[in-house]
Design a protein around this ligand. Structure first.
Ligand SMILES: [Fe+2]
Ligand SMILES: [Fe+2]
Length: 164
């Protein structure tokens, strides 16, 4: 049986992952409207990755014989500024998610829910990669400067991200 506190926290995390998906989709729409179609593509792929994270938790809760209770999703912002500002926002969001995932992992450990702890290890590792990918983009923009030419090149580079 799934521990009650862990169960509630997992349902909440499903919402956080769906919100991440929603947020990146909104960012993708913003980039598309500014004609950064490569960045828009990258964010769309990121959005579907986040949806995948939500589904991982969704299936896990069901596998444990517990009920999935979907919660209301907040409306994401509609404008995110220039690319540097936008990717800084992505990084800040991922750092926030890392805090949530860490707290969830600690909760599972505290409640001695070892299967959940084991499952959440994947998310802990995933966050390391997520933060690195985005901070690399932020660093790149800072290093080469956010001139129209360098942003055009970054846009082309990010547009090559494979869809999953
Ligand atoms: Fe995620
Ligand atoms: Fe993420």
């Amino acid at each position: 049986m799934l521990n009650k506190t862990v169960h509630e926290a997992l349902n909440a995390q499903i919402k956080h992952e769906i919100y991440s998906s929603y947020l990146y989709l909104a960012m993708s729409a913003h980039c598309e409207s500014k004609n950064y179609s490569g960045m828009a593509k990258w964010l769309k792929v990121q959005s579907s990755e986040e949806y995948g994270h939500a589904m991982k938790l969704f299936h896990y809760v069901q596998e444990r014989g517990a009920a999935v209770v979907l919660q209301a999703i907040d409306q994401p912002p509609t404008a995110f500024g220039e690319p540097l500002e936008l990717f800084k926002k992505v990084l800040a969001h991922e750092q926030q998610v890392t805090t949530l995932v860490t707290a969830l992992y600690e909760l599972a450990a505290k409640e001695k829910d070892y299967p959940s702890q084991f499952m959440l290890q994947w998310f802990v590792t995933e966050q390391v990669e997520e933060e690195k990918n985005v901070s690399d983009i932020v660093d790149q923009i800072i290093r080469v400067g956010d001139t129209p030419v360098s942003l055009m090149m970054l846009d082309r580079q990010l547009g090559m991200r494979a869809s999953k």
